[in-house]
Ligand binder design. Structure first.
Ligand code: ADP
Length: 664
């Protein structure tokens, strides 16, 4: 169908319309035949060419421009032009970019598309070409390329990422900073590659970007080698040509700056600390100075107080140097002795001493000074006012420095005259009274002795006559009278024993103790021989030799041991055979303990404490005869020899008495 037929136009009308249209459209349109002769062109084409070539001329130019250049700047032959190519190959050419040169030499970047035209037999008869001025676009592209190039060259790391973080641009600066090449970086997610933010932070960043369109912040990213990078990021949200959001991120490495800042801060802190230290030091020094001053002041005050006190105290106060040379003495000294400080220097102070005390005190003072030990001595000082001697106690103590060296001596002399005189009086009184007491005791002892003696004679008479009466008149007496007589003789006997014991006791008290080596084995042997109750027929006595030796008075030892052994054999239940065991054991303090154990009635615990007392008896006389003096005698005898007695007992089982004396 011929062109334009369907539009209801005649061919001439169609051509006119097409031409009108071609004039109106803002692109250049031209047609040429198979030989390259231009058969049609519109106004825009002429504008682009810069000329209006004649139609149908046999110039075979395929294009109306003066010359055609390739984009790389090389000249394009006419038969190489897109029109010639389309005609030669019968193929359409799309958007081939080239440069058209106008007759005035000016050039235009154009894009040319060519459509080959065929005749009825299918042969290419020509072509229609459309030229579009792309100079502006090219310029813009060039600018962009240059800018991109610039971006690539710039020192800052610049990269762009799509909304999901996918990197689409990565400049050299980014390569340098992060160590990833563009090939490595492109297509990766920014936050993963630079190992920086958690997805949530990424979300917040995108939120800020979509709200503000841009943002500036400092962030920590990680370089390929793991180095942390402190960057200052500038992010700008823009839209790509297809309206997709793209974020351009420009990062400047501020790691060094940060480090420098940190160092600066550190310096500042150090400086501050130093300042603080200085301030503290200053304060400390100030404080110390103040304390020092206060201490000095306190010392001064103490000295003043001390002087005042020393003057006020009613005692002599003195200070000497380390050698004993008098440095200070309070006014009491002068007042008492009449000696001023000057008159007391050296050892001249001793002229106030009582002649009897002089040597002793001087010697003690010199010894004290030499040994560096406190001095204390009682002495008499001559009172200047009346020439009387007054008792004092002199004391001095060394004062040492920090190194322990004696620097001074502080001393006092306190009046103890009244006390001393009271003591003397007391001593005299005690002596007098003791002498009197001794006299009285002596008299008393003599009295009791003589009484006991004197009592014995009538007692013997009573006993003797009662026995004689019994022997002579027994058959004339009725049983009652005989009983009375028996009682009289028994009572007389008992009284005799009592007197005997009292005499023994008082003798003990008066006997002069002569210490000797006492053979206990011999003592016990003798006792066994002497006392009927300890004979084998009466008791079983077990001795565990050797008993050893003690320091004592033999008669006293004999007295004590025999009393205990007799008691041991006596205090048994009726009908029981007494078993008495005697042994010794060494005890501490170089003593020997002699044990006398029995199998008798024993002593209850609450009675143990009193049995050594005079006249203490636990059993009625009818059961066990006795006077209650035996154990008192034991105690007295042992104590007089510097020993001790004691007992352990269990009622109903037996007792163990002991005597402890110095072992030899
Ligand atoms: P006496 O034997 O003359 O009664 P002592 O002074 O010897 O007096 O003893 C005082 C008391 O201690 C005794 O009456 C007796 O009750 C008690 N006593 C002494 N020795 C023993 C002993 N071996 N066993 C039990 N009781 C004893």
């Amino acid at each position: 169908m011929p062109v334009g037929e369907g539009l209801g136009l005649d061919p001439a009308g169609y051509a006119a319309r097409a031409e009108q249209l071609a004039t109106l459209i803002p692109v250049g349109v031209f047609a040429c035949d198979a030989q390259g002769r231009i058969t049609f062109y519109n106004r825009r084409a002429a504008e682009l060419w810069g000329r209006a070539p004649a139609l149908d001329r046999d110039d075979g130019s395929y294009c109306g421009a003066a010359r055609v250049w390739r984009l790389d700047g090389s000249l394009m032959a006419r038969n190489e032009t897109p029109t010639a190519q389309a005609i030669a190959l019968g193929k359409r050419v799309r958007d081939q970019e080239l440069i058209l040169e106008r007759p005035d030499g000016s050039r235009l970047a154009c894009s040319m598309s060519v459509e080959p035209q065929c005749d009825g037999s299918g042969h290419v008869s020509g072509a229609i070409a459309v030229i579009q001025d792309i100079t502006e676009r090219k310029r813009a592209e060039e600018l962009l390329t240059r800018q991109a190039d610039l971006l690539s060259q710039t020192h800052d790391a610049i990269f762009a990422w799509q909304w999901d973080g996918t990197i689409v641009f990565w400049n050299r600066g980014a390569e340098r900073l992060y160590g990833y090449s563009a090939t490595e970086a492109l297509g990766k997610r920014t936050y993963q590659l630079l190992r920086m933010e958690a997805p949530r932070d990424f979300e917040q960043l995108r939120h800020r970007l979509s709200r503000d369109g841009q943002c500036v912040e400092e962030r920590i990213q990680t370089a390929r080698d793991g180095r942390p990078l402190h960057v200052e990021s500038r992010l700008v949200l823009s839209r790509s040509f297809d309206a997709q959001p793209v974020v351009l991120e420009t990062n400047r490495d501020i790691t060094d700056r940060k480090r420098a800042e940190e160092e600066l801060r550190e310096h500042a802190r150090t400086l501050e600390a130093v300042n603080r230290d200085n301030a503290n030091l200053y304060r400390a020094v100030q404080k110390e100075l103040a304390e020092h001053k206060a201490a000095e002041e306190a010392v001064r005050q103490r000295e003043a107080e001390f002087q005042l006190l020393a003057e006020l105290m009613p005692i002599v106060v003195f200070i000497t140097d380390q050698k004993g040379e008098l440095l200070y003495v309070n006014h009491w000294w002068t007042q008492l002795t009449g000696l001023a400080l000057e008159q007391s220097r050296g050892e001249r102070w001793s002229q106030a001493l009582h002649p009897e005390d002089l040597n002793r005190v001087l010697q003690a003072w010199r010894n004290g000074l030499e040994a560096g030990v406190p001095f204390a001595e009682e002495l008499r000082l001559r009172r200047a006012s009346d020439g009387e001697y007054v008792w004092h106690i002199a004391r001095a103590t060394p004062v040492r420095d920090d190194a322990g060296r004696i620097v001074k001596w502080f001393g006092t002399q306190t009046d103890i005259d009244a006390q001393k005189r009271a003591e003397e009086r007391l001593e005299r009184a005690v002596k007098e009274r003791t002498a009197k007491l001794r006299e009285t005791v002596g008299e008393l002892e003599a009295f009791s002795y003589s009484v006991s003696h004197d009592l014995r004679a009538p007692l013997r008479a009573m006993y003797g006559y009662s026995v004689a009466l019994m022997e002579d008149a027994a058959d004339r007496l009725n049983p009652n009278e005989r009983e009375y007589l028996g009682r009289i003789s028994r009572a007389a006997q008992r009284l005799d024993r009592l007197i005997n014991d009292v005499l023994t006791y008082s003798r003990l008290a008066r006997t002069e103790v002569r210490f000797d080596r006492v053979d206990l084995d011999r003592v016990v042997r003798e006792i066994l021989l002497q006392y009927p109750s300890l004979q084998p027929g009466k008791a079983e006595v077990r001795i565990c030799p050797p008993l050893g030796h003690v320091l004592g008075h033999e008669a006293l030892v004999m007295q004590g041991v025999s009393n205990l052994m007799i008691n041991a054999a006596k205090f048994v239940r009726p009908g029981q055979r007494p078993v008495v065991t005697v042994w010794t054991e060494p005890v501490s303090g170089e003593r020997l303990r002699l044990w006398i154990q029995d199998n008798g009635i024993g002593i209850s615990a609450h009675n143990l404490g009193r049995i050594f007392g005079m006249f203490q008896r636990l059993n009625p006389d009818v059961e066990y005869e006795g006077t209650g003096i035996g154990l008192s005698i034991v105690k007295k005898a042992v104590e007089r020899m510097g020993g001790e007695v004691g007992v352990e007992s269990e009622e109903g089982v037996g007792s163990r008495f002991w005597i402890e004396l110095k072992r030899l």
